[in-house]
Design a protein around this ligand. Structure first.
Ligand SMILES: CC(C)(COP(=O)(O)OP(=O)(O)OC[C@H]1O[C@@H](n2cnc3c(N)ncnc32)[C@H](O)[C@@H]1OP(=O)(O)O)[C@@H](O)C(=O)NCCC(=O)NCCS
Length: 150
């Protein structure tokens, strides 16, 4: 209902979570069948280029939804890249962005290589990541937070 739309509030400076300014937010959506096709066409070579051994093992635990889990991780990697603001460029490997799991099932992001270096230059010290998937699509949202007091 447009007449009851909330007013737009503009805040000075960055939005803050847990005292940490938001550096950026990225989202992505991936077709599950696209990932499945790549695996069927390129096999282990594609899996190893894009997903870490732990990510592959997690997805393989549930063969029925394996491609959903992989597509969710694919979307998470793209979402993180959007926060870093660089796009896929020389020196960046897909496996530089790894999705790991807390005991609760909550996903966490671990960066290595060039992605870790870029995140360091942006002073990103914490990530919030959320993944969701259905049979046909997976989506992910990533927020990068700058270290407290920076
Ligand atoms: C988390 C939950 C809301 C996911 O919703 P869903 O509609 O079933 O599934 P979605 O496709 O939207 O989301 C799945 C993704 O949610 C994420 N997820 C799982 N558990 C999560 C949690 N505790 N917190 C945040 N995200 C979580 C995962 O990334 C998962 O994808 P993945 O397995 O490929 O990594 C649902 O599974 C739930 O309520 N789980 C209960 C959590 C819980 O109680 N865990 C046990 C505690 S010991």
């Amino acid at each position: 209902m447009l007449s009851q739309a909330l007013p737009v509030v503009s805040l000075p400076g960055s939005a803050i979570i847990d005292g940490m300014p938001i550096v950026g937010h990225g989202i992505d959506i991936v077709e599950t069948t696209r990932v499945q096709r790549m695996v069927e066409e390129h096999g282990q070579r594609f899996l190893d280029r894009v997903f870490t051994p732990a990510e592959q093992a997690y997805a393989a635990r549930n063969p029925k939804r394996q491609y959903e889990h992989l597509a969710g991780r694919f979307a998470a990697k793209e979402a993180v890249l959007k926060v870093l603001g660089t796009g896929w460029r020389g020196g960046i490997a897909w496996t530089d962005v790894e999705v790991i799991k807390e005991a609760s099932g909550q996903p966490k992001i671990v960066l290595t290589g060039e992605c870790a270096r870029i995140a360091g230059t942006l002073e990103i010290e914490r990530w919030h990541i959320s993944i969701s998937h259905i049979e046909t699509h997976a989506t992910a949202s990533a927020i990068g937070l700058r270290g407290e007091g920076k």
